[in-house]
Design a protein around this ligand. Structure first.
Ligand SMILES: Nc1nc2c(ncn2[C@@H]2O[C@H](COP(=O)(O)OP(=O)(O)OP(=O)(O)O)[C@@H](O)[C@H]2O)c(=O)[nH]1
Ligand SMILES: [Mg+2]
Ligand SMILES: [Zn+2]
Length: 315
């Protein structure tokens, strides 16, 4: 039977089988686990699989169908390994906030480095609009302007007073939507707005304690209607990219890549100290965002420091 992974908790998977309109708790056959070398988990939410009934209740996942795309993160346990978050998604929705928790510098740009290589469209959503001050709202408009200029949709919402929720509801229709973001930004609260029947667990605290407690602990896919799905994910602590090369980063800052056709070294330019670099020129002219450029340099520095450490560790 053909199934869709709705939930994965490590060794057990909930597989939704449309044919019988049922969710079957399933295991993986041993062989499948060895298939991919650098992945810590062979199957993730959103994967399409072939499943067979093992007994009256449980299923056995026989194979994973080819993926359209996937979102992966560097495994916290091993730098060289990738942890699959979700597969076959149509759109990623990055939930963020200016307050409770504070917007983390560079976080949006780092997140975009996980979606851009796979050409996954992203909507950036600022939640908790109800608690923003006048200054916060001006900051929001600046950020909206920056990201809309380079081609990402930006929305302001509040799951408390429903601001912007109707628009967000329209944006998710007919798609498999991944919701991602730091812990406490209100991902589960927003999903409860989009699909009130779910009644997902959210943090009980009034506001955000800043202690980094994660209320959602596993990624899980929920149907909104026949064609629309939402994937809730646990909060992201930090995003590192030691699995990437310098050029991977350069090529996945979309406006940098576009401008690089005018760099002397073209798509080989890292936009740092090279002569006649169009990205640097545009940044100095205020066309490319200086903040994005600085975040870019930070990611490159991190990767280089890590590479240096790796090289010297061997001797
Ligand atoms: N003021 C205000 N608070 C909100 C809003 N949305 C969510 N919250 C609160 O923020 C806290 C965290 O909400 P959750 O939905 O649990 O956040 P989450 O992103 O799912 O968190 P993790 O599952 O830990 O990643 C809760 O106390 C919510 O009540 C909002 O629009 N305005
Ligand atoms: Mg949650
Ligand atoms: Zn350049």
């Amino acid at each position: 039977m053909h199934g869709l992974i709705f939930r994965s908790t490590g060794s057990w998977y909930e597989v939704y089988v449309k044919e019988i309109q049922k969710t079957i708790p399933s295991r993986i056959v041993g062989k499948l686990k060895l298939d991919k070398e650098n992945l810590t988990n062979p199957v993730a939410v959103g994967d399409e699989v072939e499943v067979e009934l093992e007994d009256e209740i449980n299923g056995l996942i026989k194979s994973v169908l080819p993926r359209k795309n996937y979102i992966a993160r560097q495994s916290p346990k091993s730098r060289m390994q990738l942890h699959l978050i979700a597969c076959n998604i149509d759109q990623a929705i990055l939930i963020t906030s200016i307050r409770e928790p504070d917007l983390k510098a560079g976080f949006i740009d780092r997140f975009l480095l996980t979606t851009e290589p796979q050409n996954i469209p992203v909507i950036i959503v600022f939640n908790k609009w109800d608690i923003y001050t006048e200054v916060d709202r001006m900051i929001f408009l600046d950020i909206k302007n920056l990201y809309e200029t380079i081609g990402y949709k930006v929305l302001a919402v509040s799951s408390k007073d429903q601001t912007g929720i109707a628009e967000l509801k329209q944006c998710i229709q007919g798609k498999v939507n991944l919701l991602s973001g730091q812990s406490g930004v209100g991902k589960s609260s927003i999903i409860n707005n989009l699909q009130p029947d779910l009644n997902l667990k959210t943090s009980q605290l009034s506001g955000y304690s800043g202690k980094g407690i994660h209320t959602t602990t596993f990624a899980e896919m929920f149907p909104v209607n026949e064609q629309t799905f939402i994937i809730d994910t646990p909060g992201i602590k930090s995003l590192s990219f030691n699995n990437l090369e310098i050029m991977d980063v350069a090529h996945n800052y979309r406006e940098f890549f576009e401008a690089s056709t005018s760099c002397k070294f073209g798509s080989q330019c890292t936009h740092r100290n090279e002569p006649d670099c169009a990205v640097k020129e545009k940044m100095l002219a205020g066309i490319i965002s200086e903040v994005r450029y600085k975040n870019y340099l930070n990611v490159l520095e991190e990767i280089e420091a890590q590479n240096y450490w790796e090289r010297n560790k061997k001797y």
